[in-house]
Write a protein that binds this ligand. Structure first.
Ligand code: FAD
Length: 423
């Protein structure tokens, strides 16, 4: 590709940003077009006037084995902005009984923790863990409930909360193939791949602002509030980008990476197979100083609350596959969640300043049916590549999946340029 050729990236979520960062080092013209006034997409922070705090649309959890996300953070100089314990530990509480337990994975790949009563899930036996081996290599995609026994202490006290968080769907209905992949990329690699990492200073400061700085330094153009209305097709290529008031004509060497959500892509790309069902996530934010001894992160079993994050000057709660909670009156929901938080952290029942963030289409529904609809990045138009957490990454809709899809799209565009040069 001659250096004057342009790569247009549509959508400045993490997939689009990751693609732009990957390509930016290669000295070609890149223009990112974002529909809204703020890059980051589903991974963003903003100032909330009600609580007087900068909050995340959702506290995003990564695992140390998310290698694409780590390499993206490294490329934008932000690796140090994630924090987590030195080894993989997950603390849980059963809300009705207040029983607490901590699962402690050992660092290496041989899972000694399963053989150690003080590290594994209480009331479990070594043989309870064997079905996980089968799940890792399952080939046909079926609901998890058809592939393993979804009951008992191991399931209820570790696997259910883990799969619910990662798949954002009631795990019984979740894709067994995606669940198996999660195990393969985390537990099977040992504790050093499972350290939980969060951005205590906010996801905007960790994942977005440093990327924008990097892209600016590399001369990448970023146009905000510039929604693409339609792709203009001509035979086997995209010939133009229709932004409503203007249409940008594409030259022979120009390329397009479409990194918008599935529901936006299906409107623009004829005949595109993509997930059409989605699941919501609710986050609650409370302006309060957590007790000094509060765990940074604790999983809650048998409550409305699923994960509590104790951060400087605030407490955040995540509820995945939030279903009916999305439409519950906000004040009632805040009080319900706060009552649980107060119980777990030993705080007063008095509701502190709060905010509820409801993301109705947080992720595609990770069922076998929806998973089967995910497309490959290459399309039948030779200059159009797809990216996004909903494309066929083999992973659930996560930061890791979004970044991998962005990298893959960038490599497809760059690889094609390399082979042209060599010819
Ligand atoms: C509340 C919540 C909590 C989450 N928690 C976690 C977590 O703990 N761990 C984890 O790994 N993942 C988590 N995720 C998932 C993660 O945020 C997403 O997988 C990831 O951000 C998706 O990035 P993306 O670039 O694929 O899509 P998006 O972020 O949706 O980006 C698409 C971009 O395209 C733009 N766009 C749309 N239409 C147009 C158009 N016509 N023209 C131009 N631009 C357009 C959008 O405005 C957006 O900026 C969470 C998601 C949510 C919502």
């Amino acid at each position: 590709m001659p250096s004057s050729d342009t790569v247009h990236i549509i959508g400045a979520g993490l997939a689009g940003l990751a693609a732009a960062v990957r390509l930016s080092a290669q000295g070609r013209r890149i223009v990112v077009h974002e529909a809204t006034g703020q890059p980051g997409g589903r991974c963003r922070s903003y100032y909330d006037h009600v609580t007087g705090m900068v909050i995340d649309n959702g506290t995003h959890l990564l695992l140390s084995g998310n290698h694409a996300a780590m390499s993206y953070l490294k490329a934008i100089g932000a690796g140090h902005l994630l924090e987590g314990p030195p080894s993989a530990e997950f603390e849980f509480i059963d809300l009705p009984t207040a029983q607490r337990w901590t699962v402690r994975f050992n660092d290496g790949q041989i899972p000694w923790w399963i053989f150690d009563k003080s590290r594994r899930v209480p009331q479990t036996r070594v043989r309870d863990y064997l079905p996980l081996m089968r799940l890792m290599w399952t080939s046909a995609d079926k609901p998890l409930s058809e592939l393993m026994r979804c009951e008992g202490p191991l399931y209820e006290r570790l696997l259910e909360p883990l799969f619910l968080a990662a798949l954002n769907i009631e795990p019984l209905h979740g894709s067994g193939k995606l669940a198996g992949r999660i195990i393969r990329e985390t537990l099977a690699l040992g504790g050093q791949a499972c350290r939980p990492l969060i951005a205590p200073g906010g996801i905007g400061d960790a994942f977005v602002a440093p990327a924008l700085r990097t892209l600016r330094e590399q001369g990448v153009e970023m146009t905000l509030q510039h929604p693409l209305h339609a792709l203009v097709f001509d035979g086997d290529r995209v010939a133009g980008l229709d932004f409503g008031e203007e249409t940008v004509s594409l030259g022979e060497g120009d390329r397009v990476i479409l990194a918008v959500p599935a529901y936006a892509a299906t409107v623009m790309v004829p005949g595109l197979s993509a997930p059409t069902a989605f699941r919501g996530i609710v986050n609650a934010h409370f302006r309060v100083d957590p007790p000094a001894r509060a765990p940074r992160m604790i999983g809650v079993v048998n409550g409305t609350t699923e994960w509590i994050f104790a951060l400087p000057g605030r407490v955040a709660v995540t509820v995945s596959d939030a279903g009916d909670l999305i439409d519950m009156p906000r004040a009632e929901l805040a009080q319900t969640i706060w009552n649980e938080v107060a119980k777990v952290l030993g705080l007063s029942d008095t509701l502190p300043p709060w905010q509820i963030v409801r993301e109705r289409r947080a992720t595609f529904a990770a069922t076998p049916e929806e998973n089967a609809k995910r497309p490959q990045p290459v399309t039948r138009w030779r200059n159009l590549v797809l990216a996004g957490d909903w494309t066929d990454t083999g992973l659930p809709a996560t930061i890791e999946g979004a970044v991998r899809s962005g990298h893959r799209a960038a490599e497809l565009v760059a690889g094609e340029a390399r082979s042209k040069k060599a010819a």
